[in-house]
Design a protein. Structure first.
Length: 136
């Protein structure tokens, strides 16, 4: 399992990425909302097409992930950082997700996405945001 911080922004992720690239002398990979495969279940909101859907860079061997959140999920202090837990198998991801959701609030049920065989997110009973994913 790999753990990475996931930092969310309200439209200024690109500015933050450039700032961190300079501060840490790294190069980030950026994917914008308009670059994602078409999905009938989610339509990109007008005006958000060029926002950062996902960015990441390596810092001392650790992955830092960043994204602009869609307008329907505004970011404020307290919900701007999540923990990404990446598992090798669907079974281990499901077990962790089931345990973490006890007493918490599921924000996205575990499901297959274009970026993961199995992905879901939740807020645990302590208010910590978790993104659970299967890599590979």
């Amino acid at each position: 399992m790999k753990i990475s911080p996931y930092i969310s922004f309200n439209g200024n992720c690109e500015e933050a990425v450039f700032f961190y690239e300079k501060a840490f002398n790294v190069k980030a990979h950026i994917t914008r909302y308009n670059e994602a495969p078409k999905d009938d279940d989610y339509q990109v909101q007008p005006g958000t097409e060029n926002l950062v859907m996902h960015a990441q860079f390596e810092l001392n061997g650790e992955t830092i992930m960043l994204a602009d959140m869609p307008p329907e999920y505004p970011v404020k202090a307290g919900n701007n950082i999540a923990i990404m837990a990446e598992f090798d198998t669907i079974e281990t991801a499901k077990n962790a997700f089931e345990a973490l959701k006890e007493g918490g609030n599921v924000t996205m049920e575990l499901q297959e996405t274009f970026w993961s065989k199995c992905f879901g997110s939740l807020i645990d009973k302590f208010g910590i945001i978790w993104n659970v994913s299967v890599v590979g």
